[in-house]
Design a protein around this ligand. Structure first.
Ligand code: A4P
Ligand code: MG
Length: 183
């Protein structure tokens, strides 16, 4: 879909949390994403328990992904995501890949392939991260082309899905349908 100002783009957002009841953090964030202006929640992945990438002296993460149809520009969307992170008490202590109450990454914005200060699209690490690819495959077609990286299903085949397990649906669920398209 087009990315011109005012046009609606299909946007994928990755969610991650490993502090202060991570599943609740993720579920609340999904509700907040659904309420963003000029945006409509299209689909929600299952929630996954994932082994930490980076420092190992931190809890496992809960990861998920959502699809939005949004007319917000990429910078406006990133600002909105950072606002939601702040509202969840996210503290940036400078530790790379350290624990966090909530991380929201702008994974894909239509077919944009761009690099600007503070915003790279697609998110540059998608192809290396099963905790991003597995939830994405719940809500995006396996043939989806990640600009500059390759086809979604092939990216997962190459990186493998070790350390990723779906959370049992009855351990979370405040109204977020598991892996369901909401449209
Ligand atoms: N930025 C640039 N492009 C983007 C984009 N497409 N989406 C900039 C979001 N942000 C983008 O991010 C650092 C800077 O990236 C921002 O200022 C933004 O302008 P941040 O959220 O402030 O810091 P961060 O998240 O700690 O940094 P980084 O390197 O992006 O970490 P990641 O890549 O998010 O990884 N293990 C598991 N199992 N699950 C996880 O979710 N997450 C991380 C963090 C480490 N280990 C994990 C997980
Ligand atoms: Mg981040």
């Amino acid at each position: 879909m087009a990315d011109a100002a005012g046009a609606t783009a299909v946007v994928y957002i990755g969610l991650g949390a490993n502090l202060n009841n991570p599943a609740r953090q993720v579920e609340h964030a999904i509700g907040e994403l659904a309420a963003l202006p000029q945006s409509r929640l299209g689909a929600v992945s299952r929630l996954y328990r994932t082994a930490p990438l980076g420092p190992q002296d931190q809890p496992h993460f809960v990861n998920a992904a959502v699809r939005l149809d949004s007319a917000l520009t990429p910078p406006a969307l990133l600002e909105a995501l950072q606002g939601i992170e702040c509202a969840h008490g996210r503290v940036r202590d400078g530790r790379r890949w350290g624990p966090r109450t909530l991380d929201l990454d702008l994974l894909l914005h239509g077919d944009l392939n761009s690099r600007q200060p503070g915003l790279t699209l697609p998110h540059p690490e998608i192809h290396r991260r099963a905790f991003v690819l597995v939830p994405l495959l719940d809500i995006a077609p396996p043939t989806l082309l990640v600009p500059g990286q390759g086809v979604l299903a092939e990216l997962l085949r190459r990186c493998g899905d070790d350390g990723i397990e779906p959370l049992a649906a009855d351990t979370y669920g405040s109204g977020v349908p598991p892996r369901a398209a909401l449209s």
